[in-house]
Design a protein around this ligand. Structure first.
Ligand SMILES: NC(=O)C1=CN([C@@H]2O[C@H](COP(=O)(O)OP(=O)(O)OC[C@H]3O[C@@H](n4cnc5c(N)ncnc54)[C@H](O)[C@@H]3O)[C@@H](O)[C@H]2O)C=CC1
Ligand SMILES: NCC(=O)COP(=O)(O)O
Length: 339
């Protein structure tokens, strides 16, 4: 828990996300509509938030924290901002590469604050990966950004709805590189990190994890690909000998059916677009993205920047609400563990 005497609620840092996207909109609408048992620090340009609130017709009380390192418990409508200045005034819906360093700075300060225990968790509204890459720095995702910042050897992307949890062996990787990345080492590290965090962060004593094959029909006994026979099956067998409860590899097209999902705790997909479309079909707008394996707590929304909706008032804030609530719950659990 952050070293702070201002209250017993966790301090949650929320980054603004891409300023031209719906990040500012959903922060404003969520924090003006809902009460939370938390203290918030919004890492954002305060003028951006004031302008967007005006555009959306929201009554938000934007309070700059300046050099203060803590805030007071959340009250609907109050937005406590630790200001970071944009390079260029933002037009909702228009990306501007000049503001990419601002976006990266919000993430850097959020990560540092969590590592230094000034914050208890980070919640990240969406960034636009393409415009960040246009600065010349390769940015594939928050997951990899915080992994590098925390120097974590291995992290796992997991998205969760009420109905299911889906984790990934590989994250933001071009499809042509996926097969080479499915190794005994990568599967073992992901499965162990996933199992540990399902136990510690979700209080599941002996997680049952369904594992997808990589190929159609999980390779059809080698007739449709050899990764299952050469890598996945032997690795899962070794992990089972260590006591992990793993089912599979199952063909991904049948794994995501009630027969398998109903009594499982999590599905593990081999790559981004094998697992996430199913999760989003089942609960887009109400899912949370959690980075497991980090020494800090980080949650995020299930959607992207939705540039087409910025400033229109049509952005759904359901996933941000869920992401914030998960961050609060996980921070409270961590407080219990550390006592
Ligand atoms: N956590 C993050 O930072 C994430 C960032 N992204 C980034 O977002 C950018 C755009 O990605 P897309 O594939 O276009 O996905 P997207 O999620 O931004 O948009 C897909 C469709 O869903 C709609 N949509 C998205 N969020 C919505 C919301 N809250 N309420 C109502 N409608 C919503 C959009 O209007 C659009 O029609 C990319 O640069 C991508 O990398 C994508 C996913 C997660
Ligand atoms: N599709 C989920 C996604 O891309 C989220 O990535 P990240 O920014 O949370 O690493």
């Amino acid at each position: 828990m952050a070293n702070n005497t201002a209250g017993s609620f966790p301090i949650i840092a929320i980054t603004s996300g891409e300023p031209a996207g719906i990040g500012p909109d959903i922060i404003l609408s969520t924090l003006t509509e809902h009460e939370f048992s938390a203290r918030f620090v919004i890492l954002a340009d305060s003028e951006l938030l004031k302008d967007r609130a005006k555009t959306l017709g929201l009554t938000a009380n934007i309070i700059c924290l300046e050099k203060q390192d803590h805030t007071i418990p959340h009250k609907k409508g109050d937005i406590h901002v630790s200001p970071i200045t944009l390079a260029q005034k933002t037009i909702a819906g228009t990306l501007d590469v000049a503001n990419s360093p601002y976006v990266l700075e919000t993430l850097k300060q959020a990560g540092e604050g969590c590592i230094n225990q000034k914050f208890d968790a980070i919640v990240t509204p969406p960034v636009h990966k393409g415009i960040l890459c246009e600065t010349g720095v390769h940015f594939s995702g928050h997951t990899e950004f915080f992994q590098a910042q925390c120097q974590s050897p291995h992290v796992v992307m997991m998205l969760a709805t009420e109905a299911m949890k889906v984790a990934l062996v590989t994250t933001h990787l071009p499809l042509k590189d996926v097969s080479a990345a499915i190794t005994e080492k990568s599967i073992s590290l992901v499965v162990k990190a996933l199992n540990k965090d399902l136990q510690e962060k979700f209080n599941i004593k002996h997680p049952k994890i369904l594992v997808c094959g990589l190929n159609p029909h999980a390779g059809e006994d080698g007739h449709l690909g050899m990764e299952e026979i050469n890598v996945i099956i032997p690795t899962l067998n070794k992990l089972r000998q260590e006591g992990l409860n793993l089912i599979g590899p199952l063909p991904a097209d049948t794994l995501f059916t009630p027969k398998y999902l109903d009594d499982a705790d999590c599905a593990l997909a081999m790559y981004h677009d094998q697992g996430l479309p199913v999760l989003k079909y089942s609960g887009f707008g109400n899912a949370v993205n959690i980075t497991l394996g980090l020494p800090i707590i980080r949650t995020s929304v299930d959607h992207g920047t939705a540039i087409d909706l910025a400033g229109t008032g049509k952005a759904n804030n359901g996933s941000l609400k869920v992401a914030i609530q998960h961050a609060i719950n996980m921070a409270n659990n961590a407080k219990k563990f550390s006592k």
